[in-house]
Design a protein around this ligand. Structure first.
Ligand code: GLP
Length: 244
């Protein structure tokens, strides 16, 4: 879907999420959201906050699982995805903090594997992800599934690609401060979501959008696996669509 009008993409995606939230809460059921960080989804979060404030959209029946977190990373660091999610969404809505799940970047290395397995188990116990929101990195990563991530991968500790670390350098006041590793849901975790929305805006994403949508399915570009997902929508603006 190509949507170029400023703000319209965020409204369309937020409306879809809001519809699912309302349907589930009317049935007394929870909705499990998979959430993403980065600059691209911020507009969706702003719109959800507006719907909460102006239309009473409630997050009381939402359980959320975030895709990823840098490692090592303290939750209260200005660079953490924990902080990002609370600042850009959770603090402004009525979600129960006990229903918020974000990989814990402060764990000791010895505890990481067990925590990743527990994260996967918790998603399954919650009923699986109903709707997964995604951005895309310049390497084609979804979450932090860098080139080489296999289709059977699950939540785990990964090394960050040098392109990804360079892209994050401004946020960390220098590339040398960007963590070398991250915790991320795997390709298989994402592919198990019932519905996926992947968003990309700007000319700098046009090459990777083309490769993801039109290229061969290949572990060199994680987003290509979504071509096999039965219910994925790729939302792009004119600039990101220019190479399609
Ligand atoms: C980071 C995140 C990804 C995100 C990507 C693109 O690497 N881990 O989830 O999609 O950045 O970020 P942006 O939306 O700012 O271009």
């Amino acid at each position: 879907v190509i949507i170029d009008e400023h703000g319209a993409m965020a409204r369309v995606v937020a409306q879809r999420i809001a519809t699912l939230m309302r349907e589930r809460s009317a049935a007394g059921q929870t909705l499990v959201l998979g959430l993403a960080t980065g600059s691209t989804p911020i507009g969706v979060y702003r719109e959800l906050i507006r719907l909460h404030r102006e239309e009473g959209l409630s997050f009381r029946h939402v359980v959320s699982f975030n895709l990823d977190e840098y490692y090592p990373m303290r939750a209260d660091s200005i660079h953490s995805y924990h902080r990002f999610m609370w600042e850009n969404l959770f603090s402004h809505v009525d979600i129960d903090a006990a229903n918020v799940n974000i990989p814990d970047g402060s764990l000791a290395r010895a505890d990481v594997d067990a925590a990743c397995a527990a994260y996967e188990a918790k998603i399954v116990a919650a009923g699986g992800i109903d709707f997964q929101l995604l951005g895309i990195g310049k390497t084609g990563h979804i979450g932090f599934n860098e080139p080489g991530s296999g289709e059977h991968s699950r939540t785990r500790l990964v090394h960050l690609d040098s392109i990804t670390r360079r892209d994050a350098a401004a946020d960390f006041f220098g590339e040398e401060n960007v963590p070398r590793e991250a915790l991320t849901m795997g390709i298989a975790t994402i592919m198990a979501a019932r519905e996926v929305a992947i968003l990309a805006t700007g000319e700098h994403k046009s090459g990777i959008v083309r490769r993801s949508v039109e290229g061969e399915i290949d572990r060199a570009v994680a987003a290509t696996f979504l071509q096999r997902h039965p219910n994925t929508t790729f939302y792009v603006d004119d600039a990101a669509a220019v190479d399609l």
